[in-house]
Design a binder for this molecule. Structure first.
Ligand SMILES: [Zn+2]
Length: 1005
């Protein structure tokens, strides 16, 4: 690959000189194109007979085939996939390493002047990600100019109408397609190998239309680390060896790599965002696999209200075009609408949606074959074991496997799979995806000006909306308590290409006092919709179809950053300057003396500072106090005899606020002993723990990482002071240390070079936690260790009745699907709340667990049915016949209207209550408000009375140690920076958690 290869030599492939096909069934070439090519002799391009035969042989059911993909033209100069790789994509469900796809793309780039390959960045494990552009020779040569055109169209503030019209007339839409974000969905990279070649060499008017009027950009694999591991698994299976499995996809998360669109913590999201902002493509199309046979995205709604109205119609226009064209060609099972909603902007393709382009996706019947077919309801579920995927693939072969029987005919699926089903294969998956995407690309190319004009108009309308309708801006005070996080939130927006200004003089607007240096995010800019959805709050009516994912994500709440919404357009006239570089909150040291006192602001950088200076003795103030005219919150770091020359540059760089004094402050304090941290993962799903681990890595907090089946070896206290146990599958009963059988290694071998290289490997992943592991954890705590748990792990000790007085609550009809809830800081003397100088906090609630203190509980109380009215709407009315009544029976009573439970309380209101816990009882650190109507901050909530007044975070002593249990999700998808320090406080104060109790237990110095 190369980024800036000059193309002085125009190398025209032989085939181009010969051929302009008049293939039967193709569209007529547009007039302009005909004129340009009039001199060329009319001659049909020869097919590659061998390649063509192998396509047909690998397609067991010829209904899953179109004239667009049933052949492959012969090229004398450009190597075909068959020639280069030795097989036709889809044959025998062959999967190709990304490194080999890149090698093939390099060969394409070398052989064809219609192709340009470049690297777009690296993965967490250092593998390159790539993009390949395909268009006609002149367009590739002038790619920089075409990128300039779409860039200009993205900002209508700087364009005259005349200039815009000229750009629309001369520009070309860019269609950016991404494959295999999900590592078990392996068909798209194979399809994209072939698509690149076909677009580069085929001379039908249909393909020429695309190549001459549109620029296709391909990232064949979005999750490169995971894809290489998936291919490793398939290699092992093909060799008859046991498969290591897909414990890890990327370094951190699996399927959730498609939930990083808000936090943007993963390298792949960052690389694709950068590429998107470089290209300003009109379409970003992400290829997935799950449902029968091809779903093209529109969604059921509710649509996020910040989606540009024109985009909604573009979604439908493209999807209906695909459904119509595929149906015309006799391909069954192509549909839209009834899958996915269109609400939360956390999917990767929402990079386009939030930047006024068309973000869309396919779900194709799977390439490899998942045992049992798609999950019920058609929802992309938990990652399937690679073992089942490969087993299905092995059975499939060329004779195909029957799928799809029994699909109902619906308005959104006019041609369902016939009752007898179809014979499916890997090649069928490729035929299906490739045919449909060629139709979409052709439609965009044919309507080149419409898509460029729409793109321009969407940007223009966003500017206009921010200019004329409130809100008109958001203000983020720069010198608020969490100033590092405030700067980071402003930088987060800047990385999204949102303009951020700073006030150049103080002013007031409405009842907001703005200081010089405060961050101002004006909404009269093209990406104002993105700002509104990230900084605003979400109202999700519960009567909608059951949400596909989270319903609330408001970042000021989750990141605990104050922002002000400005509804007065006079803000546009206020003194401000556009920022041209990222913000950095500057730290400071005030006064002089040998003792440093650092304010605890709950900015994560304070944890970075502590771990970066492990050898330095630091203490935590147990109460608020005053010094040198400054009031410090409880938890301030005190560093006696500080090496100021060493620490001060760090304090300034990390944005910390320090005061120097000659005497030790007169306040109770204890030493912050740095713990040795152990970290548990399961071998069956590492997804949720991966999000937690990513934060620890980003902040350089060291830990030892091991599988749950290691825990049973015991002796934990000798090695660790703190153990982190995040959400994940936990098996206690029935899980036993294997005494015989075949070990299941997860490690690097000659066949599996990409496995076990990171983040963990083992000779045997069997066993799980088991009773032995649970006992080992209990012993660890009893001997003075701290166990920090969230999600499923938080209910572990209560479910096994290991903590007197703490139980899992029984809940009925609770509906809070990824919602931002309010919690009150209920025990402000606890070290876990150090630095949180407020009464209430916004936290992410997702499936509990719901814990109670002092009650009896009901054992495992999760998984209750949804309340009536929630997730309503039978989405397939024709599939399930209505239940008819009789004269005798009568209809069942209508379900009661769902309880309200909304009406968000004001953030930070309702003064918290200080509870001082007695010496041995569990401490409720955070609690939900008593009033169910005061719970929901953003998203959806029904049945809030299940939570009202109950604990959200508990610190329970056990023996000499503690178990800290989060009922909320403090490390959710890199969105919850405001909650991080709850866990860091527990870690840093691990052996002093009893500080602040009524009768303090023996605490540290
Ligand atoms: Zn997927």
């Amino acid at each position: 690959m190369n980024t800036q290869r000059s193309r002085h030599v125009l190398h025209i492939p032989l085939a181009l000189g010969l051929a302009f096909a008049l293939a039967i069934g193709s569209y007529a070439a547009p007039a302009a194109q005909r004129a340009r090519t009039a001199a060329a002799p009319a001659q049909v391009q020869k097919n590659d007979e061998e390649y063509t035969k192998r396509i047909l042989d690998a397609t067991p059911d010829k209904r899953i085939l179109t004239e667009l993909v049933d052949h492959m033209p012969l090229s004398a100069t450009v190597p075909s996939p068959l020639k280069f790789l030795g097989y036709v994509p889809g044959e025998n469900n062959q999967v190709t390493y990304h490194k080999d796809i890149v090698a093939y793309y390099e060969a394409l780039d070398k052989a064809s002047d219609r192709v340009l390959l470049w690297e777009i960045g690296r993965t967490e494990e250092g593998r390159p990600m790539v993009a390949l552009a395909v268009a006609d020779e002149a367009t590739i040569r002038d790619l920089a100019r075409y990128k300039q055109i779409t860039a200009e169209l993205s900002d209508p503030r700087k364009l005259s109408e005349e200039r815009a019209r000229e750009l629309i007339r001369t520009g070309k839409p860019i269609y950016y397609v991404t494959g295999s974000l999900h590592s078990s969905e392996a068909g798209s990279p194979e399809m994209l190998i072939e698509l690149a070649f076909r677009l580069a060499v085929e001379e039908t008017p249909f393909i020429q239309q695309i190549r001459n009027n549109c620029i296709v950009v391909i990232t064949p694999v979005a999750e490169v680390d995971g894809h290489e591991r998936y291919v490793d698994n398939r290699r092992a299976a093909d060799a008859g060896q046991p498969q290591p499995g897909m414990t890890y996809w990327g370094k951190y998360v699996a399927h959730d790599n498609n939930r990083d669109g808000i936090g943007k913590g993963l390298a792949l999201t960052q690389n694709i965002l950068k590429t998107f902002l470089d290209l300003h493509p009109q379409v970003l199309h992400d290829l997935h696999e799950s449902v029968t046979l091809l779903y093209t995205s529109t969604g059921t709604g509710p649509y996020n209200p910040e989606i540009a109205p024109v985009l909604v119609t573009e979604w439908w226009w493209l999807a209906q075009t695909e459904v119509m064209e595929m149906t015309k060609r006799g391909v069954p099972g192509v549909w839209t609408y009834n899958f996915y909603d269109g609400w939360v902007p956390n999917y990767m393709f929402w990079i386009a949606v939030t930047h006024n382009s068309i973000g869309r996706f396919y779900e194709t019947q799977s390439y490899g074959g998942r045992a049992g077919g798609p999950p019920p309801g058609g929802r992309e579920g938990a990652p399937p074991a690679a073992a089942t995927a490969a087993a299905g693939a092995a059975q499939a072969g060329a004779r195909g496997r029957g799928v799809g029987a029994g699909q109902s005919r619906e308005w959104y699926r006019p041609f369902p799979v016939p009752p007898e089903g179809v014979q499916w294969s890997g090649r069928a998956n490729i035929n299906m995806q490739q045919s449909a995407i060629l139709i979409a690309m052709n439609a965009v190319a044919k309507n080149r000006e419409m898509f460029l004009e729409n793109y321009y108009l969407k940007n223009k309308m966003m500017v206009e909306q921010g200019r004329t309708r409130p809100p008109h801006a958001y203000v983020i005070p720069a010198r608020q308590r969490r100033r590092v996080e405030a700067a980071e939130l402003a930088n987060h927006l800047r990385r999204e290409a949102v303009e951020v200004h700073t006030a150049t003089a103080p002013f007031s607007i409405g009842n907001v006092q703005v200081e010089a240096g405060d961050y101002i995010v004006r909404l009269d800019q093209p990406y104002g919709g993105l700002v509104r959805t990230l900084l605003g709050v979400q109202w999700y009516p519960e009567q909608n179809p059951r949400p596909y994912d989270d319903t609330g994500w408001s970042l000021p709440l989750l990141r605990n950053v104050k922002t002000y919404r400005i509804d007065d357009p006079a803000v546009f006239e206020k003194p401000m300057a556009l920022a041209t570089a990222d913000f950095k909150a500057a730290g400071s040291i005030t006064g002089s003396g040998g003792t440093l006192v650092i304010e605890h602001t709950t900015d994560s950088n304070l944890a970075v500072f502590r771990f970066a200076n492990a050898a330095v003795r630091m203490y935590a103030a147990e109460q608020p106090f005053e010094l040198a005219g400054h009031r410090f919150a409880a938890g301030a770091f005190i560093i006696p005899d500080a090496d100021r020359a060493r620490l001060e540059p760090q304090i300034r760089d990390l944005g910390l606020l320090a005061w120097a004094t000659d005497s030790r402050p007169n306040v109770p304090m204890h030493e912050l002993d740095l713990p040795r941290i152990g970290y548990i993962h399961s071998w069956t799903s590492t997804q949720d723990e991966g999000w937690v681990r990513m934060v620890f890595d980003k902040l350089r907090i060291p830990y030892s990482y091991f599988g749950d089946n290691i825990v049973r070896q015991g002796n934990l206290r000798a090695k660790y002071d703190v153990i982190i146990y995040p959400n994940g599958p936990i098996q206690v009963d029935g899980a036993e240390a294997p005494t015989g059988g075949t070990p299941q290694p997860y490690k690097k071998t000659e066949l599996t070079p990409n496995i076990g290289t990171a983040p963990d490997s083992t000779e045997d992943r069997r066993g799980g936690l088991g009773r032995d592991g649970l006992r080992a954890l209990e012993e660890f705590v009893a001997q003075g260790g701290l166990l920090i748990t969230e999600g499923s792990a938080a209910s572990l000790f209560p479910e096994y009745r290991l903590l007197p007085g703490v139980a899992v609550d029984q809940v009925e009809g609770l509906f809070a699907p990824g919602s931002v809830l309010k919690v009150l800081l209920s025990d402000k003397t606890s070290p876990i709340l150090y630095g949180y100088d407020q009464n209430a906090l916004g936290v992410m609630y997702k499936n509990g667990p719901n814990l109670i203190v002092g009650g009896r509980g009901a054992g495992a109380g999760r998984g209750a049915a949804l309340p009536p009215g929630v997730g309503g709407g039978n989405l397939q009315p024709m599939a399930t016949p209505p239940r008819l009544t009789t004269l005798e029976g009568g209809p069942p009573p209508a379900p009661a209207a769902a309880a309200g439970g909304r009406g968000a309380g004001a953030f930070g209101g309702r003064g918290g209550f200080a509870v001082v816990a007695p010496a041995t009882a569990a401490r409720v650190i955070l609690a939900y408000p008593n009033d169910a109507n005061d719970l929901l901050l953003s998203g959806a909530l029904v049945g809030g009375d299940n939570l009202a007044g109950k604990p959200a975070l508990i610190d329970a002593p056990l023996g000499k140690g503690h178990v800290v249990m989060f009922g909320v999700r403090p490390f959710w998808r890199y969105e919850t920076q405001g909650s991080f320090f709850l866990a860091f406080n527990a870690i840093l104060n691990w052996n002093d958690l009893d500080a602040g109790r009524a009768k303090p237990a023996a605490a540290g110095p």
